[in-house]
Design a protein around this ligand. Structure first.
Ligand code: ZN
Length: 234
């Protein structure tokens, strides 16, 4: 079994447009289709839970952590962000969705600002540019999203180890919408669709990409990080 933890900051649930699309919160929207995979064991955690629901025990029992955050990145304690980033270096898979480009664990793993250009309310064509990649398996060459938030370049990320999807928006902007990086023993996938008032997570092609990404980032090995003998304490 692949143990999947879906983390959502779960703010904005007082906004009717968000509730209409995600009645139980975005974590429930994501869990609804991920739970259908027989080899996935899914749990959810939110900002409201103690230690964000990401205690040492939960992290130790997680193969792949999916993250959705937006307005409350700052509210995630540094200790929790450090714990997540460390677990990725030891092998845990990490999938950052949409506005999680500024989530603390993600920016820690990237080492850059991860800023981008954005505009609410556009259409998107998501192009599969690496059809041979496991995350693109069974995914159409192009997925048309009627309504999605425009994210545009420059996206201040380190050069991805693999670039799988490119987004093209109605306004003409382009974006590196699906990227993979290796960090330590772990794999990180960033995926752009998923604005809280849009229905991208109901699209079968988008669901397929996230399911594939879970299998791809599932740890192949896990290792302790070896402390340098030249450093007394860290
Ligand atoms: Zn958004």
């Amino acid at each position: 079994m692949i143990k999947v933890t879906i983390w959502n900051e779960n703010t904005g649930q007082d906004h009717p447009d968000v509730v209409k699309v995600n009645p139980g919160g975005i974590h429930k929207t994501l869990a609804a289709f991920l739970e259908k995979e027989e080899d996935f064991e899914v749990r959810t955690a939110t900002l409201e839970d103690e230690e964000c629901g990401l205690t040492d025990d939960v992290i130790a029992d997680t193969d792949v952590l999916i993250w959705w955050g937006h307005c409350s990145h700052h509210a995630v304690p540094d200790a929790v962000a450090d714990r997540v980033a460390k677990a990725v270096n030891k092998g845990m898979g990490f999938i950052a969705l949409h506005s999680s480009h500024l989530a603390k664990p993600f920016t820690r793993l990237m080492g850059t600002t991860c800023t981008l250009k954005w505009r609410d309310g556009d259409s998107e064509r998501l192009w599969t540019i690496a059809p041979y990649h496991p995350i693109a398996e069974g995914v159409p060459e192009c997925i048309e999203l009627e309504s999605e938030e425009m994210y545009g370049e420059r996206f201040d990320i380190p050069q991805p180890d693999e670039l799988i999807f490119l987004g093209w928006f109605g306004g003409g902007e382009v974006f590196r919408s699906g990227c993979v990086w290796n960090r330590g023993y772990g794999r990180v996938f960033y995926f752009q669709p998923g604005h809280e008032t849009n229905r991208s997570y109901s699209e079968p092609g988008i669901q397929k990409i996230i399911i594939n990404a879970v299998r791809y980032t599932d740890p192949k090995i896990r290792r302790e990080i070896i402390d340098s003998p030249h450093v007394k304490s860290r």
